[in-house]
Design a binder for this molecule. Structure first.
Ligand SMILES: [Zn+2]
Ligand SMILES: [Zn+2]
Length: 260
């Protein structure tokens, strides 16, 4: 499998994953034109995409899905609960391309996909992709982490994990009203650098060797702060970044292409 994050954060999320037999987009939170441009950067034609997998309804994950699906005749696949939540946004996609699943797993040709329900303020799913090459997980928009989520992704060699905000930056942000701060940090919004650090410590023990910190807030976090906080935290437990686990940070621009 090969995977690359093409945009991450509240301005738009989009990830491209391919195996020998299937090409998948996970969310299109950018407008259709921009999504096409980003695919062109990696030499992929929009018409080559087999399916758009959606995590949840929020605009930073769905902005371009309807237009892209309609223009290139690509099926959109999401959990039934997510479709119920986002159907109103879809004006163009014909019903034949509105596909849903209800089970906790499905196959995309040679890839087994596990759908992991995440505590967020709308129905939301993380995804675990597994085939003979290995196991890759994408977990963002997580209200809080728990044992069930960890169990679902354990053993993933590569994990895209949310590290949305720094607690002190969020607390000190005068632009954010208290209600919004509570929404972000209250268990059904996003996870902090500290929660991400705890999760990574647990993931490393299950075999994870590469983490990409994702969905960073541009208001309440910085790539350097997230990376430094988490590396220092792990060091206290004898986990050295660059030795036991490699940590990258996803930004609004296309990141590294990883291969398993
Ligand atoms: Zn989001
Ligand atoms: Zn969200």
């Amino acid at each position: 499998m090969r995977i690359i994050n093409l945009s991450s954060g509240s301005d738009g999320n989009m990830t491209y994953l391919e195996s020998e037999n299937v090409k998948v987009l996970i969310d299109i939170g950018l407008c259709c034109n921009e999504a096409e441009k980003r695919l062109a950067l990696i030499g992929v034609e929009p018409s080559q995409i087999d399916v758009i997998l959606v995590t949840h309804e929020h605009n930073d994950h769905t902005k371009g899905v309807d237009a892209f699906s309609y223009k290139h005749d690509i099926p959109v696949f999401a959990h039934r609960d997510v479709w119920e939540n986002m159907n109103y946004k879809f004006k163009k996609t014909p019903s034949k391309n509105r596909r849903f699943y209800e089970t906790d797993g499905f196959r995309l040709r040679d890839i087994n996909v596990k759908a992991v329900p995440l505590p967020h303020d709308v129905p939301c799913f993380g995804y675990v992709f597994e085939n003979n090459d290995g196991k890759i997980s994408i977990l963002t928009d997580i209200g809080h982490t728990n044992e069930r989520i960890l169990e679902s992704v354990r053993g993933s060699q590569l994990v895209y994990l949310e590290a949305n905000y720094d607690q002190d930056m969020l607390a000190a942000n005068l632009k954010y009203p208290p209600a919004l701060k509570r929404r972000i940090s209250g268990g059904h919004g996003h996870i902090s650098n500290r929660e991400a650090a705890h999760m990574i410590r647990a993931l490393v023990a299950t075999g994870t060797r590469q983490v990409v910190l994702s969905h960073l807030s541009q208001e309440n976090n910085t790539p350097t702060l997230a990376y430094t906080y988490i590396s220092e935290f792990l060091k206290e437990y004898g986990i050295i970044e660059g030795v036991h686990v490699k940590i990258d940070v996803a930004t609004t621009q296309p990141g590294t292409m990883f291969r398993l």
